[in-house]
Design a protein around this ligand. Structure first.
Ligand code: AMP
Length: 186
């Protein structure tokens, strides 16, 4: 997890190559549904264009279906999901039923000036200043509280997302080896 522009997408691509697991980005899945013009895509587009979060039931349906596919059975990286407490609780229930609990929640952090600078250089449809402001607001209101949720479970790992991508990825790899050591000592 991490606010818009912090580098979740960029770092996720590196991390899935490193861990050799599938990359499940709800943002990518939604953008694909929009392009295909499916009912779900058309509905989601209205929220995305305004920088609002797509309602939980739609997201949960999308993620639930994807997790059932064969390539996710050995684990996967969730990128941009969960984004609300409701999604986090539903994910925990779903993973508990499958007997495959969440290993860790990684949170990338950066100061807001760096975020705005990075978003300005990206040029995605929903990167217009007024939409970005709303996305940052939604993050603060709906997603930031998830840090506490995962911290209470002892599964939160905070990572400094500032500086060049290679440096950030170095910090992520250090955290991953910490998580692996912890898992082996249990
Ligand atoms: P992202 O590519 O992760 O920045 O997501 C782009 C947009 O897709 C967000 O601004 C939301 O409108 C929507 N979206 C992506 N993931 C979720 C999610 N887990 N819950 C609700 N909306 C989402």
């Amino acid at each position: 997890m991490g606010p818009p522009g912090v580098g979740k997408g960029t770092q996720s691509v590196r991390l899935v190559n490193f861990l050799n697991v599938p990359h499940l980005s709800t943002g990518d899945m939604l953008r694909q549904a929009c392009q295909e013009g499916s009912d779900l895509g058309l509905l989601a587009e209205q929220y995305m264009a305004q920088g609002k979060l797509v309602p939980d039931p739609i997201i949960l349906q999308l993620v639930g279906k994807r997790l059932d596919q064969g390539d996710c059975q050995e684990g996967c990286l969730l990128d941009g999901f969960p984004r609300t407490l409701g999604q986090a609780q539903a994910l925990d229930e779903l993973l508990q039923r499958r007997g495959t609990p969440l290993t860790a929640a990684l949170e990338l952090k950066a100061d807001s000036e760096e975020l705005v600078k990075r978003l300005a250089g990206r040029g995605r449809d929903d990167d217009r200043p007024e939409v970005v402001r709303e996305r940052l607001r939604q993050y603060a209101r709906q997603t930031a509280p998830l840090s506490d949720y995962y911290a209470r479970q002892g599964r939160l790992f905070e990572i400094d997302g500032g500086g060049p991508p290679e440096e950030v990825f170095g910090r992520i790899k250090a955290v991953i080896s910490q998580i692996k050591k912890k898992a082996m000592s249990v």
